[in-house]
Design a protein around this ligand. Structure first.
Ligand SMILES: Nc1ncnc2c1ncn2[C@@H]1O[C@H](COP(=O)(O)OP(=O)(O)OP(=O)(O)O)[C@@H](O)[C@H]1O
Ligand SMILES: [Mg+2]
Length: 308
């Protein structure tokens, strides 16, 4: 069973800009799936079309087996969306926001009250239910967005950059919550700029760039393609001449900082040994890019988020 199937999905905005160039994508039921890509790649456009907020130009969308054009009501019921921007009424009460959403999906009032209580408790917002949402912290607002998206018990939950601007602690508790939700059977698709997030959570991944899917594979296979790890090295003394160490790529950033690309097959030790033999002392080493960013660079030839 597929939770989401996109076939030759194309979007040309009114100004003539082609944001999606006919993408194909399949997400299996039960999956935890990442849609990765730099700013402007087309992630929110894709999600907007799936959730009927954006009108597609052509192509096909199937949600839990329902065709979005012909079986819109059923398809809509299957999806919960946590949009990129916080978009609830800031003057409305937390509990009411969740209840309204339930009403929008036709959940009967009594059932809605029970579900509202459950999702607010799950997301640790129950004691805030009578506060106007404006008074919540940023992290609480994000959690309220998730609670609202879950009140009609969707089979597919889509989160568009769910943890943007959320501190580490709340991010981790959100991850735990999403993992548990997925374990209990909800299919989850997320887009994120925190690539560690995709690595931590997702089993399968697609990379989108300039409106095209350039890779769709499992997370582990994607990481296997990684050829290099990138580090910053801090040197004890200014070193003008960069030694040639076969296999490694070394780049001078400033007087005492180098960037190195370390081939996975070689690791760090031969490099340290070669530098040591030349009397070059390293005082600190830091990871320059996380692994997915490095991978993106390898595949696309430029850092994530940078213009072509
Ligand atoms: N209403 C619109 N009219 C014209 N162009 C648009 C419109 N909305 C988005 N775009 C353009 O479509 C492209 C894809 O935008 P989209 O929001 O889907 O990217 P994204 O991958 O979600 O980016 P981000 O990571 O910044 O959220 C961008 O170049 C954007 O400027
Ligand atoms: Mg976006």
């Amino acid at each position: 069973m597929t939770a989401l199937r996109l076939h030759r999905l194309r979007k040309i905005y009114d100004n003539g800009f082609e944001a999606l160039k006919g993408i194909d994508l399949e997400v299996a039921e039960g999956d935890f799936f990442a849609l990765l890509g730099p700013n402007g790649a087309g992630k929110s456009t894709t999600i907007g079309i799936v959730t009927s907020l954006v009108k597609k130009t052509s192509g096909k969308v199937e949600i839990c087996g329902y065709d979005l054009d012909r079986q819109w009501e059923q398809a809509k019921r299957c999806v919960g969306l946590v949009p990129q921007e916080i978009n609830f009424n800031q003057f409305e009460k937390v509990g009411q926001i969740v209840l309204n959403q339930a009403g929008y999906y036709g959940v009967p009032r009594r059932v809605a009250r029970r579900r509202m209580e459950r999702v607010l408790k799950q997301l640790e917002l129950w004691d805030r239910r009578d506060q106007v949402s404006r008074r919540l912290s940023g992290g609480m607002k994000r959690r309220l967005m998730i609670a609202r998206a879950l009140v009609h018990s969707p089979r597919l939950l889509i989160l568009d950059e769910p943890t943007a601007g959320v501190d580490i602690e709340i991010r981790h508790s959100m991850w735990d919550f999403l993992r548990e939700l997925n374990r209990q059977g909800t299919t989850i698709i997320l887009t994120t700029h925190y690539l560690e997030e995709a690595e931590q959570l997702c089993r399968n991944v697609a990379i989108i760039d300039h409106g095209e899917i350039i890779e769709a594979t499992s997370m582990s296979r994607l990481l296997d393609q990684l050829e290099f790890n990138s580090y910053f090295l801090d040197l004890r003394r200014e070193t003008r001449v960069v030694p040639d160490v076969p296999g490694y790529r070394i780049e001078v950033l400033d007087r005492t900082t180098w960037a190195v690309a370390v081939p996975r097959r070689l690791g760090l030790n031969p490099l340290f040994q070669a530098l040591d033999e030349r009397g070059i002392e390293i005082v600190d080493i830091r990871q320059r890019r996380n692994r997915l960013e490095q991978l993106f660079l390898q595949r696309v030839g430029r850092p994530m988020g940078e213009a072509a």
